[in-house]
Design a protein around this ligand. Sequence first.
Ligand code: ZN
Length: 139
Amino acid sequence: MPTRRFLFSLPLGSDIHERVTAFCVENKVRKGWISIIGAVDEAKLGYYDQARHRYHDRVFKEDLEIVSCQGNVSLKEGKPFLHLHAALGDTELRTWSGHLFPGSRVFAAEVCIQEVGGAPLARLPDASTGLALWKCKPL
Ligand code: ZN
């Protein structure tokens, strides 16, 4: 399967995860790398507590630049699933960063998805981390 590269923008007020996931469903993107820049007026960032196997999050209700948002799309339970991390800049030019959760609302955003061909990559529960991880053969 040939790989494709997509460039598109997200509408004002949309949820990053919802819109990018919908794009992947509509275009049958099952595996790829995602890069986003732009701005949000609400965001939910967090980190994974490795000892307790749970995420902690923080909601920001302010104007923030998407300095960098990197991640990927793969399959989870047979559907496109996004894993995104972001560095968001505030009005003092400080950055907040971490795992980007659904619930981050777009002011303006430009998205690039680089599809990766070949067999689909699936996330499966991993008991040792508590996460849903890619099941690949170790290199
Ligand atoms: Zn993460």
